[in-house]
Design a protein around this ligand. Structure first.
Ligand code: ZN
Length: 650
């Protein structure tokens, strides 16, 4: 696989981009817990934290879903990037300059042989968007008599807010953006990739501006780069769509973007909630009213991906949808995504107005902030909604309403919370709790049956597992943990193990690379660059991360015990022999002997089988047979000597 970023630049990024700092910028709940840092995992849904970050090793590891790696891997997973884009992203964030390569300088898009868009393309597409956003902003300011400016004034958005959200105007032209981009040094293929142009013909030879005579809202990604636009028509009765959005591109994935999250990301944990608006204008209205923890899904519907992103910041979602039928439907659709993920859901109501924007212009900032502050609990909203459709004076009507609301309550993931709401509902409807619970139980059973069917269906699609030599895998893994912990054993194993004895697994390749580094006197700094290299190749590095984490944990425990003893204080109990300053020496020797013995047994057995196959393929009178037989004899005697050479002392 081609490498586009020089090693010394990768080292610089690794040094500067501290993993605690990077993880915390995405997972504000990350807290120090003893020797490591902990939080609920940003990659899978959980209630108790099993996601840990080790600042000494600069790695993260989730014991729930198994994801792990270094700072590059973390950004790859969270931002959905390939290795080079993740490295580039971190370089940008920490102000590290990546030297220009011919591919970058030319500005032309090139694809590597596996079809992945090359490093540099992403950066150029973001830069193109940022320049274009400034161009649209200037155009709005410089054309106050134009139709877009006239419409914009009716929205009553002050200039400082328009500046912050970089609201602009696209000229009424087929090629204004194209000409601007050309002047800035961008080529047509980049314009096509970015989605800022359209084309009617199949091979896209004739391109024209996608956004014409529209109010332009730049869309930022989570880390504050502009990656697309949402463009609103300014005509009272638009010919085309009311909104035209950037199509999905290498940098724009609408199901994973939340408008204004870049501005809201620090305010959300502080407020303990996120406000979810219907569109950009509502989100802007919220921010104007001081509700700075507001975001809006990009495009149409709110997605589970977007909910998972928000879950990293908070567990309370305040839905601020329009005060109409479509808005009410949206509340239930969003709740169906949010409740099973463990969110508390609230609903904003706008008395006397249709949405956030109108509340702000009619009643002012305090009224809008107040509406958010006094948002209704989702189940209260659901009950009101259900009651409005039945006759609440009859038992049958109340039963139907209860049935409706219970449907939503069973989606709550927490049992205690569910019980709380059953009780609340029973009191509201004046029915016995036991009948609510009976209905709920039936619903839960039905739900479980549904998901069991789904799980089976998923399982059927999985390929059958490959047969594995687990004893050998374990031995390689144990050796890896040991040589990560103690340099002495890395040097010893480097002398003893043949180059191809450790196999192709990730722990095997990592161990082999570490042995070579130990021979070159580079043992200390090797693990992090080995990890980066394997990640860059797209390998599953979870076992390597686990080994690094285990080794670092043992070393830290030993240090803590020794420090306590020196200070004359009671020492903490070691978690295993390797973490005990005294026992570790014997334990290490035994681990080394047993794992190396197993690895060599496997290696010699394989070699002998290969040689025997070679002998069989030869004619009976071939002169090479003698040499081969001698070799086989040597291997057999080496095999016999292994138990005595690598004794395990109990
Ligand atoms: Zn996880």
């Amino acid at each position: 696989m081609p490498r586009y970023i020089p090693d010394d630049v990768l080292d610089q990024i690794r040094l500067r981009a501290d993993i605690i700092d990077v993880v915390q910028s995405y997972v504000p709940t990350l807290k120090k817990a003893g020797l490591t840092w902990k939080a609920c995992c940003p990659f899978h849904h959980e209630k108790t934290p099993s996601f840990t970050v080790n600042p000494d090793r600069q790695i993260f590891k989730c014991f729930g879903c198994g994801k792990g790696g270094d700072v590059f891997k973390f950004v790859m997973e969270l931002e959905n990037l390939d290795f080079t884009s993740a490295a580039e992203h971190l370089a940008h964030k920490y102000g590290i300059i990546i030297p220009e390569t011919p591919a970058r300088r030319g500005g032309a898009r090139r694809e590597s042989f596996d079809g992945e868009i090359e490093y540099g393309t992403r950066e150029r597409l973001c830069t193109l968007h940022e320049k274009l956003a400034a161009f649209y902003r200037r155009f709005l300011l410089e054309h106050p008599d134009g139709p877009v400016a006239a419409y914009f004034r009716t929205r009553g958005i002050p200039n400082d807010v328009a500046d912050k959200f970089c609201i602009g105007a696209s000229p009424d032209s087929w090629d204004a953006a194209i000409q601007f981009a050309h002047k800035e040094g961008f080529v047509d293929s980049e314009l096509r990739d970015s989605g800022i142009v359209s084309s009617k013909d199949e091979n896209q030879s004739h391109i024209y501006d996608r956004f014409r005579n529209r109010l332009m809202f730049p869309i930022w990604n989570e880390s504050g780069r502009i990656v697309g636009f949402s463009a609103r028509s300014v005509e009272a009765d638009p010919q085309g769509w009311k909104y035209v959005n950037t199509p999905d591109s290498p940098i724009f994935h609408k199901g994973r973007l939340l408008y204004a999250l870049n501005f809201a990301r620090t305010a959300i944990p502080k407020a303990g909630a996120v406000v979810l608006c219907e569109g950009q204008l509502d989100a802007i209205a919220m921010h104007r009213a001081g509700v700075t923890h507001a975001v809006a899904p990009q495009g149409t519907a709110f997605t589970a991906d977007q909910a998972t992103i928000l879950k990293r910041y908070t567990s309370t979602a305040v839905l601020a949808t329009d005060n109409d039928n479509a808005g009410r439907e949206a509340v239930f659709k969003d709740a169906a995504i949010l409740l099973p993920l463990g969110f508390n859901v609230k609903v904003v109501r706008y008395p006397g107005a249709k949405d956030a924007d109108e509340t702000l212009s009619k009643f002012g900032a305090d009224a809008l902030a107040g509406a958010v502050e006094s948002a209704t609990d989702f189940f209260e909203f659901a009950l009101d909604n259900a009651m409005s459709r039945v006759d609440p004076s009859t038992p049958a009507g109340r039963a139907a309403a209860a049935n409706d609301v219970i449907y939503w309550m069973v989606q709550l993931e927490n049992e205690v919370t569910r019980e709380f709401y059953y009780d609340w509902l029973a009191k509201q409807l004046n029915v016995p709790l036991s009948s609510i619970e009976k209905v709920a139980e039936r619903r839960l059973v039905e739900g479980a049956r549904h998901s069991a069917v789904n799980v089976r269906r998923d399982a059927g699609a999985m390929p059958p597992p490959k047969p594995r030599n687990t004893a050998l895998e374990n031995a390689v893994f144990e050796l890896l943990v040991l040589i990560l912990d103690e340099e002495k054993y890395a040097r010893e194993a480097a002398e003893e193990l043949p180059a191809d004895s450790l196999g192709d697994s990730v722990p095997g390749r990592a161990a082999e690379a570490l042995l070579q580094s130990a021979m070159n006197g580079e043992w200390k700094d090797a693990p992090s660059s080995i990890l980066t290299t394997l990640e860059m190749e797209g390998a599953d590095v979870s076992k390597l991360v686990e080994a690094m984490d285990t080794a670092a944990g043992h070393a830290a425990e030993r240090a803590a015990i020794e420090a306590a003893r020196e200070a004359g204080q009671p020492a903490p109990q070691p978690s295993c022999p390797a973490a005990d300053p005294e026992l570790c020496k014997k334990f290490f020797r035994n681990t080394y002997n047993s794992s190396v013995r197993l690895i060599l047994t496997d290696y010699y057995t394989r070699k002998r089988a290969e040689l025997l196959a070679q002998v069989k393929a030869l004619p009976p009178d071939a002169p090479e047979r003698k040499a081969l037989f001698d070799e086989i004899k040597d291997i057999s005697s080496a095999l016999l000597k292994l138990p005595a050479r690598f004794k395990v002392v109990i």
